[in-house]
Design a protein around this ligand. Structure first.
Ligand SMILES: [Zn+2]
Ligand SMILES: [Zn+2]
Length: 346
């Protein structure tokens, strides 16, 4: 088969490798679509501790079951599926609650395990045993199925925020993830949504997804602008979908009484400390939540949101490449052109 083999920072070789066979408990997927994630870009540029070259990355998956290992039940050849990314140990108290993404021993498809940027991939037995392979409804496109993974992370991020009908929701950072946050907030019935970014071309795209307000933070004072637009009350929900510390502080400053905040994006690893106004949290009864990856129940929720037409994932699939175009796809994502770049295998 053809595979995009990551050989170290800045080096990916698309070449012939041996087609994997499914061992006991494993499922072989013939890939149909694989989307490029921001983390695929970071691995390509700088490497990542959990990715040891030579390795195939990619974890936003739409595949067709092409082989079932001994002992696998409940799946059929030809079924179109995606897979959960974070595979827990299956034995600890965190895994017992279904939070495989929080398992201290979690391993990830496309990081520890071979991923989706190849014509075939094997879903490991530990993943299959945890029900990580999830069937897709027929009417969803291959692109949409591949984009269930990032949407599941957004579902994870918004679960503790309880977005409802009286809420004003501000999303800071309008990349593909911020855009999905906007769409999910709309699907949850938010009264009003506001999209914030520093880049006018990002805001132009974000504007096509129906936010009530678009705020250019390169020219406007975002906190003042959100306060002005809400009659001084502030935002009920703020999602920080960019790893910028200033945005985290702005989120706290713009939050209304009983505001809920998500630190969705990771912050700089070598410099993550912020000077938080603890009294703002105390007197305004703010709740600040983290978010990291997602688990199976959130994949199922994301699949249902897409299947019911509540979140239009196809609208995010702006660029398509074949496997030989993998570096182009990664570069397109790095430049922030459009929203999602997708590798197609037909
Ligand atoms: Zn991803
Ligand atoms: Zn565990």
């Amino acid at each position: 088969m053809r595979a995009a083999v990551y050989m170290g920072p800045g080096r990916i070789e698309v070449r012939e490798v041996e087609t994997p066979r499914p061992g006991p408990g494993e499922i072989l997927l013939k890939m149909r679509a694989a989307a490029v994630c921001g983390t695929d870009v970071r691995i390509y540029l700088r490497g990542q501790a959990n990715v040891v070259p030579p390795h195939v990355t990619g974890h936003e998956i739409c595949g067709e079951i092409a082989g079932l290992g001994r002992g696998v039940r409940g799946y059929e050849i030809g079924q179109r599926v995606t897979s959960v990314t974070a595979i827990g140990c299956g034995a600890c108290p965190t895994c017992a609650r279904g939070w495989t993404n929080m398992c201290p021993e979690a391993r990830y498809i496309g990081y520890h395990f071979a991923g989706a940027f190849a014509e075939y991939m094997v879903v490991p037995a530990s993943a299959v045993a945890q029900g990580a392979v999830i069937a897709a409804p027929e009417h969803l496109s291959d692109d949409a199925v591949a984009l269930v993974e990032p949407l599941s992370c957004v579902v994870n991020g918004q679960e503790p925020l309880h977005v409802g009908e009286s809420d004003t929701v501000v999303v800071i950072g309008m990349g593909p993830i911020g855009t999905m946050h906007l769409l999910l907030a709309q699907a949850s019935g938010a009264a009003r949504t506001m999209a914030v970014d520093v880049e006018p071309r990002r805001l132009e795209i974000a504007g096509t997804f129906g936010p009530d307000e678009v705020i250019d933070s390169s020219t406007a004072n975002v906190v003042e602008e959100v306060k002005r637009l809400t009659g001084g009350r502030g935002a009920d929900v703020v999602v920080v979908a960019c790893g910028v510390k200033q945005a985290a502080l702005e989120a706290v400053a713009m939050a209304a009484m009983k505001g809920r905040i998500s630190f969705f994006a990771g912050f700089p690893k070598d410099d993550p400390t912020i000077a938080l106004d603890a009294n703002a949290v105390h007197y305004r009864e703010l709740a600040i939540h983290g978010a990291f990856a997602s688990h199976r129940a959130q994949f199922e929720r994301a699949m249902a949101l897409a299947a019911e037409g509540k979140v239009d994932l196809d609208a995010l699939a702006t660029h398509h490449f074949d496997l030989d175009g993998i570096v182009d796809a990664i570069e397109t994502t790095r430049r922030g052109d459009g929203l999602k770049s997708i590798i197609r295998f037909d």
